[in-house]
Design a protein around this ligand. Structure first.
Ligand SMILES: [Mg+2]
Ligand SMILES: [Zn+2]
Length: 170
């Protein structure tokens, strides 16, 4: 086992694995820029994409083994990391923003060769965690208890219910 797996190797492997996949479509984002010369000879820097955006992007069909539904065309962002890589703040923010908008975003950082070889399984599992049907059912289960309580419950908690005073009897 090698000590470090480079980001380029991870990226090439992932792109290769899903190249002909019917449900997971990924492209590489060229982040960075080049110096180009204008016709007048002046150089200027042309930036591609925004710092923090993920290395790979695309769309996927979520095939959920839990509930058996297929959800097509969900946007995905995957930040690729070398086995010793770290997320920058901007990368973290990009992922958070993507998730906030109900698209999929995650980091793929294989720590071992085995994890790299298993990238298909790991990535498919990560994507399928985002099944919108299962997420909805989940959030309904975790919904906090009702805020209103009945008269009986009020009495149990706070003693006698307050008597209503009608304007006439005042
Ligand atoms: Mg990266
Ligand atoms: Zn599901």
């Amino acid at each position: 086992m090698r000590a470090i797996i480079s980001e380029k190797e991870v990226q090439d492997t992932v792109l290769g694995v899903f190249k002909y996949d019917e449900n997971i479509h990924l492209w590489r984002r060229n982040i960075g820029g080049v110096n180009v010369a204008n016709t007048n000879g002046k150089k200027r820097f042309v930036r591609f994409c925004q710092a923090g955006q993920s290395d790979l992007y695309g769309y996927v069909n979520i095939i959920c083994s839990k509930c058996g539904t297929i959800t097509k065309g969900i946007h995905v962002e995957i930040e690729i990391k070398a086995s010793n890589g770290h997320l920058t703040t901007l990368q973290e923010q990009w992922i958070a923003q993507t998730l906030d908008n109900d698209a999929i975003a995650f980091v793929f950082k294989p720590r071992t060769n085995e994890e790299l070889l298993n990238c298909r399984k790991i990535i498919v599992e990560e994507i399928n965690k985002h099944c919108p049907h299962c997420k909805r059912a989940d959030s309904q289960e975790k919904r906090p208890e009702k805020r209103t309580i009945g008269v009986e419950e009020f009495k149990r908690r706070y003693g006698k219910a307050k008597k209503r005073v009608s304007p006439k009897s005042r």
